[in-house]
Design a protein around this ligand. Sequence first.
Ligand code: SF4
Ligand code: SF4
Length: 422
Amino acid sequence: MSTAARAPRIIRLEPIEPSIHFRPIRKSVHAACFAIFVALPFFDVMRFDIPRQRFYFAGQALWINEFAIIFFALMFLMFVIAGAAMLYGRIYCGYMCPQMIFSEASTSVQRALERFVERKLVFVRGAARHRVAAALWLLVVAAASVGLAFIFISYFVEPRDLLRRLLRVDVSTAAGVAGAATTLVTFLDFAFVRQRFCTTVCPYGYLQGMLADEGTLLVKYDDPDRICIECGKCVRVCEMGIDIRDSPDQIECIHCGDCVDACADIMGRLGRRGLIHYASGRQGAKRLVFIFVLLFYASGLAVAMSMRQPVLVKIAPDRSRLFWVEQGEIRNHFRMTLANRTTENAFVTLSIDGLNGARLVAADNPIRLAGGQEWRGEFAIAAPPTLGAGINPFRLVTRTDPGGAEDRLSMTFVMPTSQEGR
Ligand code: SF4
Ligand code: SF4
């Protein structure tokens, strides 16, 4: 048996390239979400116009009194968000939440500026360089805050109107004050608070904790063979400052997947698969109920939208005076409210059906309504004295153009009951 010392055996490791990197996907989703965040108010996809009291949804201008549609739309959106929390945990936070998108952007800009100043001001002392980088970064955050606040307030005030106010530096009206306050809050948020907001006051984080079940998607550390090399990269890359190895149920975890990428890279170099993964359990029964509720609100919204009248016509008899006699005719008085919920001109024409010899006494017929106009008015119906005494049912026909939609409203015409009243 040879006694010569044996050379240490070198084990050659075949690196494994991770099959997927979540960070680039996440950054693409961030860009898409930012575009949607900007587009929603500018193209009236979703916007609450407070000065005009309109709720813009899917390009339709809903009036505040169209309560059913607004209710179903808000409930549907609320359940979509809650459903996403149940199925995918805090993945919304990591991939789609504006707070996270802008917090990460703020951190990235800060680091990029520090590197830039480090490179360009080599002749300046370290502390001064640091101060220059910090001042530049605060300037960038301040400028970005004006833009972000503008987009946010656009959800409540018409964007062109808001731009005019911004150019006039209007801080006297409610919209101006709201814009200035939002700019300040946005600046403080993305300069100093950033991800701390997610771990302290964010209501979605708490909601997610309540909605999660055994099927909710998680980021999980799984190391049954105890091969973790304790490199700590998963902790260093975590923007939320946690160690996912402690537990997959930490409320701070926003399921961004950065630690999944980090571990896959490190362990891949050693020829092993990463130890951190996205994982979800079996489907809980709770989510079936949830899908039914979501379908209920989606159907309610679809029905309410399909029943929507572009031009609202409301007519009611004025019974403060049952009838009166004028020019040998008996007259009844009616009040009318019209609301053109479209952006185009509309015409409403009234006619009488089932009241022999009666005629309409109105200042205008058809009535012209500009887009978005609300109109209140009155008219009378005059009937010959030969009409039957007492209550005469008839129909008031309203025709709306363009479109030619007709509505037949059941009404009554009151005639005097005695010959003396005529
Ligand atoms: S633990 Fe991982 S998934 Fe969770 S926030 Fe940190 S980096 Fe993202
Ligand atoms: S990155 Fe992976 S190997 Fe490194 S400490 Fe984290 S879990 Fe362990």
